[in-house]
Write a protein that binds this ligand. Structure first.
Ligand SMILES: [Zn+2]
Length: 171
């Protein structure tokens, strides 16, 4: 409920109080009836305002909860990411130069076994442990991210799944 809505509710409540007094004080039955009808209208207006205020409060509480959850996730990620460092994960003699992933620091105060996490998911504040797999083609060791699909070739040259099609003979 914003300040304007709150102001309207206060105005309606004042009108209810004034009309109630008029109804009580009126000696003429027709005036009493007329003011009673006005009073009912104002009571309905106040009830509508109160209902709108309650709905707005529920929405705001929901938003606060969502933000608290996001903050908790962000704080957990901030603490977690400090345990990792960007390191070359490709063995020295493997072809293709260096390739990087975030590796658990040696003194990270963690009970987890040494592992590396996806550098792409790291940028989006997600910790995804890379899994070692050997490709059939060329028997190449790779690290795979099961979240974003990143594949880090560790030990060899990877080929397409299918070899190049044979050139068609002219007929
Ligand atoms: Zn990933």
């Amino acid at each position: 409920m914003d300040i304007a809505d709150f102001g309207l509710m206060i105005t309606s409540l004042r009108a209810v109080a004034e009309l109630t007094k008029l109804v009580v004080d009126a000696h003429d039955a027709s005036i009493r009836r007329e003011k009673s009808i006005e009073l009912q209208g104002q009571v309905v207006a106040v009830l509508q305002s109160a209902l709108a205020a309650q709905t707005a409060q529920v929405t705001q509480l929901q938003r606060v909860r969502e933000l608290e959850e996001k903050l908790a996730q962000f704080e957990a990620w901030n603490a977690d990411k400090e345990k990792y460092e960007l390191k070359n994960v490709r063995p020295d003699r493997a072809p293709g130069g260096k390739t990087f992933a975030y590796v658990l620091k040696e003194h990270a105060d963690s009970t987890e076994p040494v592992h590396s996490i996806c550098p792409d998911c790291y940028q989006t504040h997600q910790k995804t442990i890379l899994q070692g797999v050997m490709l059939k083609q060329g028997r190449v060791d790779v690290l795979e991210c099961n979240r974003c699909g990143l594949t880090i070739n560790l030990t060899g040259v990877s080929y397409e799944d299918r070899p190049n099609p044979r050139p068609q003979r002219p007929r």
